[in-house]
Each structure stands twice: as structure tokens, then as C-alpha cells.
Design a protein around this ligand. Structure first.
Ligand code: NAD
Length: 407
């Protein structure tokens, strides 16, 4: 659709730079163990790279390459002046003491400290990495370079260079986009109901803002570790967020017995998808809306807002469109977190921190304008929002590459 020339295709298909390295770490028992670490810089034509650092035992360089590319598109869709990167270490923090984790963090930075930085490539937390890990990494980076550079990394603790509003940003951003989509459809939020898959960081904050906009969330689901299955919790009159938060553990698992005591219906995990609601919000994991369950979606559903990454399988995308469901694609719908990381970077580089209201106000402006760009293109070319989002992202990155003379 974009008629990209062969040089652009070659440039975008592969990361522009990759670093693969070994991190020797002295373990608590005294022996040295060598961990594999990576930083993948997919494309930085639009600005410094941005992307997480993941600690995972099953990490592969191909997964990191894919995530780095996805970050390029996510930043471009949100019109952030940033490129896409991703990094990680093959390790399982469950089996490592805090001191061993600290040595891995510092070792990772020692290997890439000269190939990263506030003006070049900025990491952030991802799977199994935390604000504490980010702070150790920052400390090592500053020791190597001999200066204070809080803009080297984002996702730091608030008060130590982190941004207010970061924890709410993805869920709030998601609902800001839903609000705009409802306006397009000329539906008032007060007349809508919604069902959510997942009850973690994204879903909890999305529900909070949705309820403030007078929407009624009737169903949420969460994973039950002991039973190794998910359950959906329903209250047709509307769930009480504070009451449910009080019986949810830090992993987003709702206590089933207490939910039953509180009068919630406890249904099989997949029930979230078949609720008679206006809005469906998958906010748990990937591959959840498939050819096997798509028919169970109620004809009442008008919007499917992808909080999670990749929840809708490609083969059902077209079907949902034919049924008149407006699918808001993940790279737009959950880009509030990336946007707030960008705000943290800006604040850290200035060493001047905004109040929460200012951060969330700027988030609203950014998300709204990203949605308007994409929905106008989708409308004028009569294409789904997902195609429009990818067209805008790839086109913006292509233009930056061409204007720099790279392609
Ligand atoms: P989280 O770990 O805080 O919560 C995940 C929730 O999903 C938990 O309530 C868990 O019980 C539930 N869950 C897991 N498997 C389930 C299943 N099979 N059925 C029903 N519920 C299940 O995670 P999060 O930060 O809320 O992220 C959710 C999704 O959003 C992920 O796909 C993540 O990649 C994506 N995302 C998150 C952010 C962010 O800033 N947190 C940003 C962009 C994308």
C-alpha cells in the first residue's frame, strides 16, 4: 500500500545494530557464572532508541528483534521523536539473589555503556525487571561516564527520577482512545458497558478511568494460580473497583472465595468474551481472540480495544471488521506507557519533574491526537484502524530514513 522502495524494505526488515555479549557475574557462593546479554537497535531515524530490558530464561535474540521492531512502530504511531530498541539477559530472577541481580544489571550496562545513552538509546523495564533494576543500571552508567545522567533510563522509582503518572499511563491512555472512538460512533460513555480480560496494571487503571467517564464495567477476568486456570467475575449492575482491588494480589489475581462472598458470579475464564457489552478490552496476554471463539462475541459489541500486545489473531481481524466491530490496535491502544516513558526521559534530561496532573494532561493530548491521525486516515481510505496505524508508523519511519539519506 505504501509502495516502499527496495532499500527501505531492506533497512526496515532488519535491526540497524545489534550487540550480543557475555556478562561474567560472581555468584553469592563465589563461583563465576556467564550470562548472555543483548541490545537490539531496530531503527533510530526518528530519534534515540527506546525499549525495554527483559530478564527471561527463554529469551531469544529473535524475540528481542521482533520487540525492537514493534517499538519502532509504537513510537512512530504515537508520534514520539524516538526509535525502537529492545534488550535483555537470559536469566531467571526467581533463582537469583538481589545481589546477583544487581551484578547482572551492572554487568549489562558495562557491556553497552558506550553504545547507549540519553541521546542515543534509552532502556526501560519489561518482563521481570523493576524500577530497582533501572536504578542500579543508572548508577553504573553514571559511574562509567562520570556524570549524572538521569535521562539514561526510564521506569525509575518516583522521587529518584521516575515520572508521576507512569503506573496509570497505559490503562488511562487506553480509555482516552476508547473515549475518542465512542465520540466517532456518536455513543455516550454513560450508555455503555464493558468487559475486561485481565485485572493487572493495564485493566485496573483502564477501569478506573472508564468508571470516571461514567461507563459500567460488568465483568473482569484473572488468572488463578492454584487452579491453573482463569476465571471471569461478573456483576451485571457493575463491578466495584475498590472492593475488587482489596481482594487482588500484586500479580493481578482476584481471590475467588472472597469474590463469591461479595456476590460476584464466578464464570469460566473465557466468559469475558461473550458478555452482552458495548466494549471488549483484552488486557492480559496475546492470542486470545481466535477463529475458535470469535463467534461468541455478542452482536452488541462495537469496540474492541487491545490493551494487551497481540490479543487478536490476524485471521479474525477481517471478520470483526465485517461484523462492524471497531478494533483499536495494540500499537495505538496501549502506547500510553511508551508515551509516559518519553515524558520521563524529557523530565530527566531537564532534571525538572512535572506534577501528576500535568503528566496525565499531556498524555491525553498526545493520545487524542494519535487517535485522530489514525481514524482520519482509516476513514478517508476506508481501511481498518490497524492498517491505518501501520501505514502511519511505517510511513513516518520511512520518511525519516529517506530525509537522512539512508534509503
Ligand atoms: P499484569 O501482569 O499487571 O496483569 C496481567 C493480568 O492478566 C493479571 O490480572 C492476570 O491474572 C491476568 N491474566 C493472565 N493470564 C490470563 C488469562 N489466561 N486469562 C485471564 N486473565 C489472565 O500485566 P499488565 O502490565 O496489566 O499488562 C497486560 C498486557 O498489556 C500485557 O500483554 C502487556 O504486554 C501489555 N502492555 C502493558 C503495558 C504496561 O505499561 N503495563 C504497556 C504496553 C502493553
Amino acid at each position: 500500500m505504501l509502495a516502499l522502495n527496495p532499500a527501505v524494505r531492506d533497512l526496515l526488515r532488519l535491526p540497524i545494530r545489534e550487540y550480543h555479549f557475555s556478562i561474567p557475574v560472581r555468584m553469592d557462593e563465589g563461583e563465576i557464572k556467564v550470562f548472555r546479554g543483548f541490545r537490539i537497535q531496530h531503527n533510530d531515524a526518528r530519534g534515540p532508541g527506546k525499549g525495554g530490558i527483559r530478564f527471561h530464561p527463554l529469551q531469544t535474540v529473535d524475540i528481542l528483534r521482533a520487540l525492537a521492531m514493534w517499538n519502532t512502530w509504537r513510537c512512530a504511531v504515537a508520534d514520539l521523536p524516538l526509535g525502537g530498541s529492545m534488550g535483555g539477559v537470559v536469566c531467571d530472577p526467581h533463582d537469583l539473589s538481589p545481589l546477583e541481580q544487581e551484578r547482572i544489571c551492572r554487568g549489562w550496562v558495562r557491556q553497552v555503556a558506550r553504545n547507549m545513552g540519553p541521546e542515543w538509546d534509552v532502556p526501560s523495564p519489561d518482563l521481570m525487571t523493576t524500577p530497582q533494576h533501572m536504578l542500579w543500571m543508572l548508577d553504573e552508567y553514571e559511574a562509567i561516564h562520570g556524570n549524572k545522567s538521569p535521562g539514561f533510563i526510564t521506569g525509575k522509582p518516583v522521587g529518584m527520577g521516575g515520572s508521576s503518572g507512569r503506573k496509570e499511563a497505559t490503562g488511562y491512555g487506553l480509555m482516552i482512545i476508547v473515549r475518542e472512538a465512542l465520540k466517532d460512533l456518536e455513543i455516550k460513555t454513560i450508555n455503555t458497558t464493558a468487559s475486561f480480560q485481565g485485572f493487572g496494571n493495564v485493566a485496573q487503571h483502564a477501569i478506573q478511568l472508564y468508571q470516571r467517564m461514567s461507563g459500567v464495567a460488568t465483568c473482569v477476568s484473572s488468572w488463578h494460580h492454584a487452579d491453573q486456570t482463569a476465571y471471569a467475575y461478573r456483576k451485571k449492575s457493575g463491578i466495584n473497583l475498590d472492593e475488587l482491588l482489596a481482594i487482588t494480589n500484586p500479580f493481578g489475581e482476584i481471590n475467588k472465595a472472597k469474590a463469591l462472598e461479595m456476590g460476584y458470579e464466578c464464570l469460566p475464564g473465557e466468559a469475558w468474551i461473550e458478555q452482552d457489552v458495548d466494549i471488549l478490552v483484552p488486557a492480559a496476554i496475546e492470542n486470545q481472540i481466535t477463529a475458535q471463539n470469535v463467534e461468541r462475541i455478542s452482536p452488541k459489541v462495537k469496540i474492541l480495544a487491545e490493551g494487551a500486545d497481540g490479543p487478536t489473531n490476524p485471521e479474525v481481524d477481517v471478520l470483526l471488521g465485517q461484523r462492524g466491530v471497531r478494533v483499536i490496535p495494540d500499537i495505538l491502544a496501549n502506547s500510553g506507557g511508551a508515551t509516559c516513558s518519553y515524558f520521563e526521559q524529557v523530565q530527566s534530561n531537564m532534571n525538572y519533574y512535572w506534577k501528576r496532573d500535568e503528566v496525565l494532561g499531556k498524555l491525553d493530548v498526545h493520545m487524542t491526537s494519535a487517535y485522530i491521525d489514525i481514524s482520519e486516515l482509516a476513514h478517508s481510505r476506508k481501511i481498518p484502524l490497524r492498517d491505518a496505524a501501520y501505514i502511519i508508523a511505517v510511513e513516518r519511519v520511512t520518511r525519516a530514513c529517506q530525509e537522512r539519506g539512508w534509503a
